[in-house]
Design a protein. Structure first.
Length: 217
């Protein structure tokens, strides 16, 4: 058992103790799991929006200007459940309650500062971009479209326009990064993003954890 532990240590130590990093002047690509926290947003007149926590995925690309500084872009996709309460204009009427799934896309540009040159480093990042929300609830009557099929003749389908919203977002994050020999790396971070343009909505910030696995080339 002692010999086995020593052998594992001899293999692992070069990977852990290496002072060199593969980051500098290299591109990197990663995939990520996104763990977005639940969110409650209040509005005028008693209307509210409660978005459940959700797990989504992302694609990340960056260029390392040096071992400490990189610039890149994140693309994230989520579909959390939500509950929307639209307050009635008249006290005599009932509020409209909607329970559904929202389609959310985040696209952002960001800069990352790695505090240490070596393979294991804490990092800070900041960025800006846009977040797109689709309620998946129709905002009007359907539009009918038809096309000609050579075997089945005319085929017609109904298409619905839905309530959507695009918000400018900005924020920052902090985390840890570790690079393996060969260029593969893992990153874990916690991020805070503010949605600008939600009008009188109360507390329009979103928080999320992210776990990334990728490689440099």
């Amino acid at each position: 058992m002692r010999n086995l532990a020593l052998a594992i240590l001899l293999v692992a130590v070069p990977c852990i103790s290496s002072a060199d990093s593969n980051r500098g002047q290299n591109w990197e690509v990663s995939v990520s799991g996104v763990f977005q926290d639940s969110k409650s947003i209040g509005g005028d007149g008693g209307s509210s929006l409660d978005i459940n926590s959700d797990v989504g995925f992302g694609i990340n690309v960056a260029y390392n200007i040096s071992s400490k500084l990189s610039v890149g872009a994140d693309f994230e996709f989520l579909r959390p459940n939500y509950r929307a309460v639209l307050a009635a204009e008249s006290p005599a009427d009932d509020d409209l309650v909607i329970n559904h799934k929202i389609s959310q896309f985040n696209g952002r540009l960001k800069g990352t500062f790695n505090m240490i040159d070596g393979p294991f480093t804490p990092f800070l990042e900041a960025g800006l971009g846009w977040s797109y929300f689709d309620s998946n609830v129709a905002d009007g009557p359907p539009t009918t479209g038809c096309y000609w099929h050579p075997w089945w003749g005319y085929i017609c389908s109904n298409y619905y326009s839905t309530f959507t919203e695009t918000q400018f977002s900005y924020g920052a994050g902090a985390g840890l990064r570790y690079e393996f020999v060969g260029g593969m790396f893992v990153k874990a971070s916690y991020n805070y993003w503010e949605m600008d343009g939600m009008g009188s909505a109360e507390d329009s910030s979103f928080t999320a954890g992210r776990l990334e696995i990728g490689g440099t080339f």
